[in-house]
Design a protein around this ligand. Structure first.
Ligand code: CAA
Length: 380
């Protein structure tokens, strides 16, 4: 078994590490306070190719493999988990359905624009359909060569900033997953109404918004896959998305560990640095071990995807393990900092808030366990 990264993977990671240190880390705290992201940063990220990382080269992307993509996500998350989620949603659930299920014409029309930095979003969750994604009520009624969509989506990452929305909707009067359809919709389509931005606990650099559809007419050519494929398209997109969230969690967890260790090396109590006190050293050792174990799961899931092998179970395991290990890392980092960790002056306070949603979005920890248990039920 070879754990060595190849030259390309190392080059990408180092390039992104350099970029994040110069362009993102210095303003991460400010973005958190201001609840947004400067447009200049988005432009610099466009110019550096961040928006096309996971896109096929033939459609203007960089064609990076999933491991490379994961390393990039991890580096971004170390600097700003909010900037990171804008990129992960765009490069996975916001664009994968188009790359995998769009017609050739749709791919040529939309993917190069997305790869160049016109941002993508993913609209599945509704007020009454969170973990139970098959219970969406947004309708898509066929009308000649179009569909007419009506409904409301919530918690849409990139909701306000997006140029494109992958939207799940169902045939009116139906229930269950079989009558759901997926569409790619462009911003500016009459009837697409971008609503309020959420005032979130963490990931405050990112925008999360309500998106409504009011008699929105979408050409049938913008249907992804076939009629009735919507739920499976969403689920398969989330399989890949969960690998991204696993690496995002790792990045936040690593940042927590680094801050906690640095602090424990310099902070003295009872006559010696905290790190040399067994109780604190043991806490840090546990965090380091959990993150390393989690990393192996994330890399395995990414590797399986790159090999063209099934990866749904490992993606769920990686997302579960990485988000929980990162949550523990953030909690420990605050604890090691004591009262200082409770103050905004210290980065661990932000990490503690940022990391919380990794156990919620793209499938809660409970949903990951449900998915894993179903795989286990089939295997044994
Ligand atoms: N890939 C392809 N097909 C899949 C699939 C997958 N990963 N998982 C299930 N399917 C198929 C099944 O094979 C089944 O097909 P058949 O009818 O042909 O047998 C069909 O889909 C229905 O599957 P289930 O019976 O398993 O469906 P379910 O209703 O029991 O739900 C679930 C399964 C796993 C609970 C699913 O609802 C789920 O993942 N829920 C969580 C939703 C989620 O992650 N939401 C996050 C939204 S995005 C977000 O967080 C915001 C953001 O912008 C970051």
């Amino acid at each position: 078994m070879d754990f060595t990264l190849n030259e390309n993977q190392t080059m990408f990671r180092d390039m992104v590490r350099d970029f994040t240190r110069k362009e993102i880390a210095p303003i991460a705290q400010q973005m958190d306070e201001e609840n947004g992201m400067p447009a200049e940063l988005v432009e610099k990220m466009k110019a550096s190719g961040f928006f096309g990382i996971a896109f096929p080269e033939q459609y203007g992307g960089l064609g990076a493999d999933t491991i490379t993509y994961g390393l990039v996500v991890e580096e971004l998350a170390k600097a700003s988990a909010g900037v990171c989620v804008m990129l992960t949603v765009h490069n996975s659930v916001g664009s994968y359905p188009v790359a995998m299920y769009g017609s050739e014409q749709i791919k040529q029309e939309f993917l190069p624009r997305m790869a160049a930095g016109e941002i993508a979003a993913f609209c599945v969750t509704e007020p009454g359909a969170g973990s139970d994604a098959a219970s969406i009520t947004t309708t898509a009624k066929r009308d000649g060569d179009d569909y007419i969509l009506n409904g409301s989506k919530i918690f849409v990452t990139n909701g306000q900033r997006a140029a494109f929305y992958v939207v799940m909707a169902r045939t009116p009067g139906t229930t269950g997953h079989k009558d759901t359809h997926a569409f790619i919709v462009e911003r500016g389509t009459p009837g697409l109404v971008v609503g309020k931005k959420e005032d979130k606990m963490g990931l405050r650099a990112s925008d999360t918004a309500v998106v409504d559809f009011e008699d929105m007419r979408v050409p049938a050519a913008q249907l992804l896959g076939k009629e009735g494929d919507g739920f499976k398209i969403a689920m398969s997109a989330l399989d890949g998305g969960r690998i991204g969230i696993a690496f995002q969690s790792l990045g936040i967890g690593e940042a927590c560990l680094a801050e906690a260790v640095r602090y424990a090396k310099t902070r003295e109590q009872f006559g010696k640095p905290l790190i040399r006190q067994p109780v604190i050293g043991g806490m840090l050792a546990d965090v380091g071990t959990e993150l390393e174990a989690a990393r192996l799961l994330a890399l395995q899931a990414a590797w399986l995807k790159d090999q063209g092998q099934p990866y749904g179970k490992q993606a769920a395991m990686a997302k579960l393990k990485c988000s929980e290990a990162a949550g523990k890392a953030a909690d420990t980092a605050v604890q090691v900092h004591g009262g200082y960790g409770f103050c905004k002056e210290y980065a661990v306070e932000r990490y503690y808030r940022d990391v919380r949603v990794t156990r919620i979005y793209e499938g809660t920890s409970e949903i990951q366990r449900l998915v894993i248990a179903r795989y286990l039920g089939q295997e044994y």
